[in-house]
Design a protein around this ligand. Structure first.
Ligand code: GAR
Length: 191
């Protein structure tokens, strides 16, 4: 049986796109659902392009009800993937999917993670700190922001004169290359 993936994303969804592409013809897994807290998120259009169903929810649904857990269970989801999802995952969802919720973060955690650290803010912090190295982290999700056990880190050197755009581009290339492969590796282990 193919494993079934649900992707949570709040914005553009370029990582979600790479994951949907990667598993489109896979025998191991499929993306069965895309969820977003943001009705304007471009990721919803991307899901549509792949003819993958999507679901939009609000703060009340997510934090005060079991609606999302019930939906994921009803659709027999095996793996929950966060791809640019900016809300903290509530305990009922963590309990329903122990060690089955994965996140990607655009820095070498534990550096430059935590509440409010996303997008350009992360790369600005790297430049401000004068870091010589930067990268990405793929990790299990726990009750804190950007904090669970690390599964994979990809790194690159920060060169003199690098701008925010360069750091962002380098990080994004690493994310797009590695996130689908790391997920595939995890799924193969579950089989
Ligand atoms: C990605 O860079 C991801 O690492 C980051 O959001 C971006 C989403 O881009 N996630 C976080 O910062 C989580 N703390 P995308 O919508 O184009 O995939």
């Amino acid at each position: 049986m193919k494993k079934r993936i649900a992707i949570f994303a709040s914005g553009s969804g370029s990582n979600a796109q790479k994951i949907m592409e990667h598993f489109k013809y896979s025998d191991d897994a499929e993306v069965a659902l895309v969820l977003s807290n943001n009705p304007e998120a471009y990721v919803l259009q991307r899901a549509d392009n792949f003819e993958i169903p999507s679901h939009v929810f609000d703060r009340h649904d997510f934090y005060q009800t079991d609606e999302i857990v019930s939906l994921l269970k009803r659709l027999e989801i095996d793996l929950v993937v966060l791809a640019g999802f900016l809300w903290l995952v509530p305990q009922n969802l963590l309990n329903a999917f122990p060690n089955k919720i994965i996140n990607i973060h655009p820095s070498l955690l534990p550096k430059h993670g935590g509440k409010g650290m996303y997008g350009d803010r992360v790369h600005k912090a790297v430049l401000a700190a004068g870091d010589e190295e930067h990268g990405i982290t793929i990790h299990f999700v726990n009750e804190n922001f950007d904090d669970g056990e690390i599964i994979y880190q990809g790194r690159f050197r920060v060169e003199k004169g690098d701008t925010l755009e360069i750091l962002k581009f380098n990080g994004q290339q690493l994310e797009h290359l590695h996130y689908p492969k790391v997920l595939e590796g995890l799924i193969k282990k579950y089989n």
